[in-house]
Design a protein around this ligand. Structure first.
Ligand SMILES: C[S@@+](CC[C@H](N)C(=O)[O-])C[C@H]1O[C@@H](n2cnc3c(N)ncnc32)[C@H](O)[C@@H]1O
Length: 252
């Protein structure tokens, strides 16, 4: 077939049909095989725990490992003291905060978003992992986290980016955050120059995490490549310096 003939044939095909044909050729040129991923539900019901370490926990633990010098003195953590014990050094006092009065480990039962009765400036470190997404007034929660810290105290927070809704908290799992939204939220309370935001994850790690694969099923190179367009976990280190009002609580 001559080129001329092809051009004439092409002109006779309606534009919409030509576009469909072009897309089909693109698919044939770069085929994508879904394989194991061609399923409607994840491999397991618990984030990959049944196969190893969940991908988000790999990143959360990496962040806490990097920031472990801050986990010292009087330390507050939510739900239990797993990370205080695992990463802390020189911990003098460990408290556990929970809104849930049925949590037998809780030493402080309060809603972080309205913790007005808790005294200010009591903690050197607040390990606030994977909790803020469950709090409707996230601004107020961050403001109280700031207030609970002593001057020089550090908040180590992690927030979910690309991840499924948490089964146990399905009715109260409100937010997914990005590096940009964390920058906005934490700068409001701590001041822009006192926060450092890190993004963990990439497209492949996100697919593996959503599928219910464990971090052990990816190589270190695959896990540690950071693509800020695909944040699985957003981690925030925020320091209270006293430059912002110590009792800063956003007016609602
Ligand atoms: C998914 S766990 C996260 C904490 C845990 N350390 C972790 O890393 O997985 C969420 C915890 O936050 C608590 N929580 C939810 N909303 C809260 C609030 N407004 N104030 C304080 N705790 C809250 C829940 O009861 C639960 O114990």
């Amino acid at each position: 077939m001559s080129g001329d003939f092809m051009v004439r044939l092409g002109e006779r095909i309606p534009a919409e049909q030509r576009l469909r044909l072009r897309r089909r050729i693109a698919r044939l040129r770069r085929p994508a095989w879904l394989g194991t991923l061609r399923r409607l539900t994840p491999l397991g019901a618990d984030w990959g725990l049944d196969r190893g370490t969940p991908v988000d926990r790999y990143y959360i633990e990496q962040f806490l490992q990097q920031e472990r010098q801050a986990i010292r003195g009087a330390v507050l953590e939510v739900k239990d003291r797993t990370y205080t014990q695992r990463f802390g050094a020189g911990v003098e006092r460990s408290e556990i905060l929970d809104i849930d009065p049925a949590n037998p480990l809780a030493t402080i039962v309060a809603d972080l978003a309205s913790a007005n009765t808790l005294p200010s400036g009591r903690f050197d470190c607040f390990v606030l992992t994977q909790t803020l997404q469950l709090i409707p007034d996230i601004h107020a929660a961050i403001a109280h986290a700031y207030r609970l810290l002593r001057p020089g105290g550090v908040l180590l927070a992690t927030l979910p980016g690309l991840c499924q809704v948490e089964r146990a908290y399905a009715a109260s799992d409100y937010w997914r955050l990005t590096p940009a939204s964390c920058q906005l939220l934490f700068a409001e309370a701590f001041g822009e120059e006192h926060i450092a935001i890190r993004s963990y994850g990439n497209m492949l790690a996100a697919i593996a995490f959503l599928t219910g694969m464990a971090s052990e099923e990816l190589s270190q190179r695959e896990l540690e490549f950071v693509d800020r367009l695909f944040p699985i976990v957003v981690a925030v280190r925020a320091e209270k310096t006293g430059a912002v009002s110590a009792d800063y609580v956003r007016e609602s």
